[in-house]
Write a protein of this length. Structure first.
Length: 527
């Protein structure tokens, strides 16, 4: 039995973030990770061949750019622990197979000038839309990295002003509804919707409208980025910070359960029976669907509500390739964007029919995105070579034989997506491909059974009824577990949502507040 101040279950980037803040606060922290490597969904590894570095899950870091963890470098990740971000001038591009495109540059004027070529009206509408989005960002973003507002208080606050009521209206709508209201051209509507659905949201699902509203503002205010060396460099910098502040991260350390005594979380027990005790509390990356498994002492009504949490409607079948030479877009590599959508549908109707297939358990090879990561970061592969990261939207419950059929069908499905990619890349032929690895929705679940249930790498669905302090449920939205004192939650299924947010900061703030610690003093101190 070993004694710490805080023990953390799960070495994903959210758990590492919370641990780093608590270690900076002077607490003796231990992070326990089941896998042989830390990082969870934010990891970069040599998956196929030595020297080729692949992002296992997350690839582009967008939402974390508003986090004070980076913007104010609260943990020293940028100034002291080696984290460096790459920001291209072209964050987002949609390319059609006829060679036409819509490009969202960091520069708003340049973006509007391109939109004007196919719709002068939409160019002006987009300018106003993006400016309104950017104006709303400071207020909206400030709430993403701290403990969430109670839902009732949040709605009441928003209802006090015209601006708040506007945002509340947008949050209640679908992304499809929002783009239809503001824009006339299918090209621009498709361009925005395809980007929003990267968050595993259907275009027409209610409660997804905020994505359509915020993403243009984020692109022009912050841009899109990836860490130099791969997504996992964020996790590596966090581990360096934890160790600098006196904490410890252990891999190959699988947790069996949270230890609870007298209604208080007092530590973690491993599958081999070893116990790590915690004086101040436990932080757990525990999906609500498996809360019963790890914390059976949780009140039954809380567990039942947790088990009804809605997962995202679809997942992804992910293609990793190693390439002899870097990929070349047929339209020219100057159109390579940090987020590149590749399409052969030209009307909203045609696109929406492809999304409908996902609801019926079918895969659409036309719903693809991705590219060669070495275009922006040559360090990811040997000189001149490439690393391909390709996303194909896919259902977890694959028709007709269910999730278990992914193992026998993922290669065939990836082949169809590869043929689709070849419409856009000049040299994506068999001779240029030196290695391939396919990760299906069920592979994602196996990779992180306590977080990526049903292949949902964003934790759970981002609907309005699972937002702010109702994410994932009203019981758990405070980042704590009712009637289990000292147990705190982190993960993509918690506020503010899936993706790379550095959301463990909110858990650390809540924990410090409960322990009577001054968060501002902790973050303002020397590193």
């Amino acid at each position: 039995m070993s004694q710490y101040d805080i023990v953390v279950m799960g070495g994903g980037h959210n758990g590492l973030t919370a641990a780093a803040y608590m270690a900076k606060a002077g607490k003796r922290v231990l992070v326990l990770e089941r896998k042989p490597h830390f990082g969870g969904g934010v990891s970069t590894r040599e998956l196929i061949q030595p020297g080729f570095w692949h992002d296992e899950h997350s690839n582009v870091h967008i939402m974390i750019q508003g986090n004070p963890m980076l913007r104010e470098d609260e943990l020293g990740l940028l100034s002291k622990f080696g984290l460096e971000y790459i920001y291209p001038e072209l964050p987002h591009a949609s390319i059609w197979d006829d060679g036409s495109m819509v490009r969202s540059w960091r520069d708003l004027d340049r973006t509007c000038a391109e939109i004007e070529q196919f719709s002068p009206r939409d160019a002006e509408a987009y300018r106003k839309f993006a400016q309104t989005s950017m104006a709303a960002l400071p207020m909206f973003m400030s709430g993403l990295y701290m403990p969430p507002f109670p839902m009732g208080a949040f709605v009441a606050m928003m209802d006090q002003s015209d601006e708040g009521r506007f945002l509340l209206d947008v949050m209640s709508r679908s992304a499809l509804d929002v783009v239809n209201q503001y824009f006339e051209s299918d090209r621009l509507r498709i361009h925005i919707l395809r980007m929003v659905t990267e968050n595993l949201q259907m275009p027409d699902e209610l409660g997804t409208g905020m994505g359509a509203f915020l993403m243009p503002g984020i692109i022009h205010a912050y841009g899109c980025s990836m860490p130099k060396g791969g997504s996992g460099q964020l996790s590596k910098a966090l581990v360096r910070a934890i160790e600098h502040f006196g904490g410890e991260v252990r891999c190959n350390a699988e947790v069996a359960r949270v230890l609870v005594s007298g209604g208080k979380a007092i530590g973690l027990e491993m599958v081999d029976g070893e116990q790590f005790m915690a004086r101040d509390g436990v932080i757990g990356a525990i999906h609500p669907h498996v809360l019963r498994k790890f914390v059976s002492e949780t009140p039954e009504p809380v567990l039942q509500r947790a088990e009804r949490v809605t997962q995202s409607t679809f997942s992804i079948n992910l293609t990793h390739l190693t390439l002899k030479e870097r990929l070349r877009l047929k339209v020219g590599n100057e159109t390579n964007a940090m987020m590149t959508e590749l399409m052969d549908f030209y009307t909203m109707r045609d696109m929406l029919l492809e999304y409908d297939k996902l609801r019926r358990g079918e895969v659409s090879e036309r719903l693809i995105a991705g590219g060669d990561n070495t275009i922006f970061d040559p360090s990811r592969a040997p000189e001149g070579a490439g690393v391909f990261y390709g996303v194909n939207f896919a259902p977890y419950d694959l028709w007709p034989d269910g999730p278990g059929s992914w193992d026998s069908r993922k290669e065939e499905i990836a082949d169809k997506a590869l043929n689709q990619y070849r419409k856009f890349y000049a040299n994506l032929d068999d001779d240029n491909i030196t290695g391939r690895l396919i990760r299906s929705p069920i592979d994602h679940e196996r990779d992180s059974p306590a977080s990526f249930l049903k292949g949902d790498i964003h934790g759970c669905a981002p609907f309005m009824y699972q937002s702010v302090a109702h994410r994932p449920t009203p019981d758990l939205g405070s980042l704590r577990v009712p009637q289990i004192e000292g147990l705190y939650l982190v993960g993509p299924f918690m506020h503010p949502g899936g993706g790379v947010f550095g959301a463990g900061r909110a858990t650390a703030i809540q924990m410090m507040d409960d322990l009577g610690m001054d968060y501002d003093k902790v973050c303002g101190g020397p590193i």
